[in-house]
Design a protein around this ligand. Structure first.
Ligand code: HEM
Length: 277
């Protein structure tokens, strides 16, 4: 079984069930009992941190878009303003009439509450990510459930799984309880590369943070470079979200969502005899 938290929860459930039936010796699991045992797929901590991440992520996307609209020009280096040459300009109107965009009108300015909510949501995300990250390392969740198995570290293994998606093949038995290779790779990329970079580039834009840790912005080429990288990273995370939800839809949206909400996907364990007391 891939999840050890599953194993221990299932073990407890099995133990409770076998103990309450006096007709059977303790080590026998009856067919009725087996049907009552549900496989635990996600721990409470993974579920709570996942949904908190989603709420703060959506808030960050909406408020981030609003902040971009106030100045849709991007620069590289330390300094960038309407008097300097932009790296690129988004072809959208701005919410400030001081920013040249080529449009003869400005958008409503929602910059005030957007900035407050953006920073608040960012801190919620940072603390949630810390709890998830520390618990994931300490419990071995990352090693067991996110790092691909050694035999899957080949292009062929990736291509085989992509081809199965393209052929719309249903997930096999092991995938009902564990993540497939593509999911594992996507989650590892988000958890260990995109999110840390997002947090770093975000902090590198904060004058108070960079006054304490100047290297945070300097290593990225300056505060404006950090802003530009932050912008591209948010698109990558948005892309992840689209692919993530598509993969879940292809694997069975109902059961995957039920498992991420309740912890259980409703299936009996793979092998009822496997984890006997
Ligand atoms: C509408 C939005 C979302 C939905 C419906 C959703 C749903 C799910 C579901 C059902 C799973 C379990 C997949 C499985 O059992 O095969 C999952 C796992 C995961 N999701 Fe999402 N998700 C959403 C947004 C996000 C966002 C915004 C992020 C982060 C940027 C994210 C990151 C993850 C990660 C890292 C996991 C693996 C968690 C672990 O086991 O440690 N998800 N998601």
């Amino acid at each position: 079984m891939p999840f050890s938290s599953e194993n221990s929860r299932e073990w407890v459930e099995r133990r409770q069930l076998t103990r309450t039936d006096p007709c059977y010796p303790r080590r026998v699991t009856t067919a009725i009992e087996v049907s009552k045992i549900r496989a635990v797929r996600h721990s409470g901590l993974v579920r709570v941190t996942h949904w908190l991440t989603l709420v703060s992520f959506v808030a960050l996307l909406v408020t981030g878009a609003e902040i971009v609209i106030s100045h849709p020009r991007f620069y590289w280096g330390e300094v960038g303003n309407v008097n300097t040459h932009p790296l690129f300009t988004l072809p959208i109107p701005a919410s400030r009439d001081t920013v040249p965009t080529g449009y003869p009108y400005v958008m409503p300015d929602q910059n005030g509450w957007s900035r407050y909510l953006h920073f608040q949501s960012a801190w919620v995300l940072v603390f949630t990510a810390l709890v998830y990250g520390i618990a994931g390392v300490v419990s071995g969740h990352f090693r067991r459930n996110l790092v691909p198995e050694r035999r899957d570290w080949t292009w062929r293994a990736y291509w085989t799984r992509i081809a199965r998606y393209l052929r719309r093949e249903p997930p096999d038995r092991s995938e009902m309880r564990s993540y497939n290779l593509l999911q594992r790779t996507a989650y590892l990329t988000v958890v260990f590369i995109l999110f840390p970079l997002m947090i770093w580039t975000g902090l590198a834009m904060s004058p108070s943070f960079t006054s304490a840790v100047p290297a945070a912005a300097a290593l990225l080429g300056g505060r404006q470079s950090a802003r530009t990288l932050h912008f591209f990273l948010s698109w990558l995370l948005l892309l992840f979200l689209v692919v993530h939800v598509t993969m879940i839809a292809l694997s069975g949206f109902g059961s995957r969502m039920r498992a991420m909400i309740t912890g259980y996907n409703g299936d009996p364990p793979e092998d009822p005899e496997e984890e006997r007391l």
